[in-house]
Write a protein that binds this ligand. Structure first.
Ligand SMILES: [Zn+2]
Length: 77
């Protein structure tokens, strides 16, 4: 867990679950290899945010390099 995730883990359980669930719905997809990982998986947190189509520089473990990846919401199953 990253620092921010440890901080959130100290919140009341229902808040923690809600924030984690939303963070797992936001997914970065590598434009080169197609590898998709959630914000939570890469150690981040996203909650009650509305921006769509934002791009961020994210490390791709498959390409072994930093990539500009679009962030998209993919509601969980
Ligand atoms: Zn990649």
């Amino acid at each position: 867990m990253t620092f921010i995730q440890r901080v959130i883990a100290r919140l009341p359980q229902s808040w923690y679950e809600a924030i984690r669930a939303e963070s797992e719905e936001w997914v970065f997809t590598c434009p080169a290899c197609g590898l998709a990982r959630s914000v939570w998986e890469i150690g981040g947190v996203r909650y009650k945010a509305v921006s769509v189509g934002k791009r961020s520089l994210v490390w791709c473990s498959q390409c072994k390099q930093m990539r500009m990846m679009p962030l998209q919401r993919q509601p969980g199953d």
